[in-house]
Design a binder for this molecule. Structure first.
Ligand SMILES: NC(=O)c1ccc[n+]([C@@H]2O[C@H](COP(=O)([O-])OP(=O)(O)OC[C@H]3O[C@@H](n4cnc5c(N)ncnc54)[C@H](O)[C@@H]3O)[C@@H](O)[C@H]2O)c1
Ligand SMILES: [Zn+2]
Length: 232
């Protein structure tokens, strides 16, 4: 079983999505705030935005959809999570085997050598400026930006698990950002039953075996209860 998730699964926690009308990209220019070029142009601005998002995310909680996955995993040993989210909420909800395709907003790495830097989630940008790596490179958020490739081992492993899946949930993702958006198609082509959970239709909806057009925080706990009832 694969739970493939996008920003929508965290919407009910109060983390804005990117592409909906209240999403981040409706207010900010993604090419500046989420690209290496943008970062090189104005690293302070980009860090300000990430520190602000970190702060916001720390103050929210996982929602019943994240906890619903924990409950599924208590019954199914081979159930994994492949997320495009960087918000750490799957981990905080106690989900196991979480593959973070786009990194984690609380991680920091070196812009030049890529080394992971062990840093607190918050630092005083105004007084101390941007921290540096031993190599002299600037610290940057440990997330995948536009134009960057996804962590290769993680991606390979997730594709492998997707091809073996019997049941594949595609939850809260607009299915527009590749290569991650390829995953539900890959699952379908390899024989999985694919269930989409999203209040809105996506380019994948017509291919899904089942489309549940409801918020994931409502539908996942319900599904789990039905399952328990069926297994009892
Ligand atoms: N929480 C986060 O970590 C976060 C937040 C915003 C964006 N992102 C990044 O944005 C990229 C965007 O792609 P994406 O597909 O994940 O997000 P997206 O913003 O493109 O799409 C969000 C999807 O969630 C759906 N949705 C909204 N509310 C929902 C709910 N309550 N239940 C279920 N679905 C709901 C929307 O209809 C939409 O299809 C990814 O690269 C990801 O890294 C991450
Ligand atoms: Zn370095």
């Amino acid at each position: 079983m694969v739970f493939f998730t996008g920003a929508g699964i965290s919407a009910e926690s109060g983390v804005p999505t990117f592409r909906d009308k209240d999403g981040y990209w409706s207010k900010y220019d993604p090419m500046i705030l989420a690209s290496v070029d943008g970062f090189r142009q104005d690293p302070e601005l980009v860090w300000e935005w990430y520190l602000y998002r970190r702060e916001k995310i720390i103050s929210v909680e996982p929602n019943p959809a994240h906890f619903g996955i924990t409950r599924f995993q208590s019954i199914f040993n081979e159930a994994i999570v492949a997320t495009q989210n960087v918000d750490d909420l799957h981990n905080r909800a106690g989900n196991r085997e979480v593959y973070e395709l786009h990194g984690n907003i609380f991680a920091t790495k070196c812009l030049e050598c890529g080394m992971a830097l062990d840093m607190p989630p918050n630092f005083d940008l105004k007084t101390h400026g941007i921290p540096q790596c031993e190599c002299g490179g600037m610290a940057r958020p440990g997330v995948v930006w536009f134009g960057e490739s996804l962590p290769r081992e993680t991606l390979t492993r997730v594709f492998e698990l997707t091809r073996r899946a019997d049941v594949f949930f595609s939850i809260g993702t607009s299915t527009e950002v590749y290569p991650a958006a390829q995953l539900p198609f890959e699952a379908k082509n390899h024989g999985a039953v694919v269930i989409e959970i999203n209040p809105n239709r996506t380019p994948f909806s017509v291919h899904a075996d089942l489309v549940l057009q409801q918020p994931s925080g409502e539908i996942l706990p319900q599904l789990f209860e039905e399952l328990q009832f069926a297994l009892a």
